[in-house]
Design a protein around this ligand. Structure first.
Ligand code: SF4
Length: 283
């Protein structure tokens, strides 16, 4: 294990949860699947700020404001801006990321003015597989938003999810598409099954998942971070810190959007025990 490797940690703050009308078959936040999750419209701004401070204490260098839903509308945009301004005011030195679905150039410029540094929009899966996973919007719409992010000069965070029944060729195709957008950070998610969802099982095994991290690193060499996001614990179990040998250098700390993660304390202790350096300040 390369112990001198610098590791980046990112915390997620679900500021609007489980209210999405889209039908992505892997997502418990869709109202169509009735998953047993917390659903709410707007998290209180004080709570968001509290979570940002907690993220900083937990050694995160990124903090992501996530809303469920197809994209930004005027009300949601104003809410995200309000949250961004409140977190920025605390001067915590966090990279502030927004993840709010489809966004126009104008909307992204507004977020930038409010203090957002980066925008996360995942391609999710391959262009030619997308319609089997989502019918309510298109892959092309997602790609366009990522182009918009680059246009306004926000840092692009763009990845996807594996294990939805896609072929190996389709995994490669998605990684190629991601590479064409030149993202700064590539979050790799691994499907976390839930009985309420139409997809019942994760179609990849651990060995394949490790190989996919290696492949992502190879195909997207310029990305500052290859991040293992949702599904880390379930996919990699007791071998989860081996992701750093395969080319990953970042992961999500704390809870995910609708599933629990390891406690930050456990992760940090384990990383320090293994001798990794955690990058605590902004990059
Ligand atoms: S658009 Fe986003 S929040 Fe909505 S169902 Fe799809 S992945 Fe989930």
């Amino acid at each position: 294990m390369n112990k001198n490797k610098e590791i980046f940690l990112c915390a997620i703050c679900n500021i609007e949860s489980g209210t999405c009308g889209e039908d992505c078959k892997f997502c418990t936040q869709s109202v169509k699947y009735k998953a047993d999750i917390q659903r709410y419209k707007k998290k209180a701004i004080e709570q968001i700020v509290k979570e940002a401070k907690k993220a900083k204490e937990n050694s995160a260098n990124g903090f992501c404001l996530v809303t469920a839903g197809r994209g930004l509308n005027p009300k949601r945009l104003e809410f995200v801006c309000e949250a961004a301004r409140a977190v920025k005011k605390e001067n915590l030195g966090l990279i502030l990321i927004a993840c709010n679905g489809t966004a126009s150039v104008e909307q992204l410029e507004t977020l930038k003015e409010a203090g957002i540094d980066a925008y996360n929009h995942n391609l999710e899966t391959a262009q030619d597989f997308y319609s089997q996973i989502v019918t309510t919007h298109t892959w092309e719409e997602r790609y366009k938003t990522c182009q918009n992010v680059n246009k306004v000069g926000l840092r692009l965070v763009c990845g996807g999810i594996f294990g939805l029944g896609e072929t190996q060729e389709q995994r490669v195709s998605m990684l190629k598409s991601i590479a064409s957008l030149n993202p700064m950070n590539v979050p790799l998610n691994f499907f976390h099954p839930n009985e309420a969802l139409p997809l019942v099982e994760n179609s990849i095994d651990r060995k394949q998942a490790f190989e996919l991290i290696e492949l992502a690193r190879k195909m997207i060499p310029n990305a500052m971070k290859i991040m293992v996001a949702g599904g880390r614990e379930l996919m990699f179990g007791e071998e989860q810190y081996k992701i750093f040998d395969k080319g990953a250098n970042a992961f999500v700390i704390g809870d995910y959007l609708t599933t629990q993660g390891k406690t930050p304390k456990d992760d940090i202790e384990e990383l320090e025990k293994l001798g990794f350096k955690i990058r605590r300040e902004r990059d």
